[in-house]
Design a protein around this ligand. Structure first.
Ligand SMILES: [Ca+2]
Length: 176
């Protein structure tokens, strides 16, 4: 854990250039909790540590039927770092390394704590081979950080057929 070394450049950047400027270093916010909303409970690997490193140990979820021959996967992760309570970051970046069978989009959302809703960042296209995808949002970032420095990420795949399996090797929540 090297967060203490990253704290200074983040704070310095905010103080020196104002909240609208992005600092040069990013905080990699640790994952602390996960909640699976959809999926077959007996077929997923509910171990958040599996998603914290790129090591081919995967957080795996099988899609639950949602009708019409389709299935859905919704997974939520909480990332928390207390330093986020006191900074005004310019951007949150979600980076994932994952595979999805069959090929399809996984839509990425951040939870807006200010009005209890999810804001979509866009789709990430995955197939049967591990792919690294990145989405970022830089508008009014404070709404995505709660009073304890928490950020909630939702990954949602609803368009794939059955069987439907999402395997997340790594999820990174980066703040800068
Ligand atoms: Ca992993």
């Amino acid at each position: 854990m090297k967060l203490s070394k990253l704290a200074f450049p983040i704070v310095f950047g905010v103080l020196a250039f104002g909240a609208s400027q992005m600092a040069s270093a990013a905080i990699n916010v640790p994952l602390v909790l996960s909640a699976t909303v959809h999926g077959f409970p007996d077929l997923f690997t509910d171990n958040v540590l599996a998603a914290s490193a790129s090591d081919n140990i995967r957080y795996a979820v099988n899609g639950a039927p949602i009708g019409g021959g389709r299935s859905g996967v919704i997974v939520e992760f909480d990332a928390v770092n207390p330093i986020l309570r006191s900074v005004r970051p310019g951007r949150i970046t979600i980076r994932t390394e994952a595979r999805l069978r069959p090929t399809g989009n996984v839509n990425v959302f951040l939870y807006n704590w200010a009005n209890d809703s999810y804001v979509g960042l866009g789709p990430m296209l995955f197939d049967g081979i591990d792919r690294t995808r990145t989405l970022a949002i830089g508008t009014n970032v404070r709404r995505f950080i709660n009073e304890v420095g928490g950020i909630r990420v939702r990954l949602e795949s609803r368009t794939a057929g059955r069987p439907h399996r999402f395997e997340l090797d790594r999820l990174q929540v980066l703040v800068d």
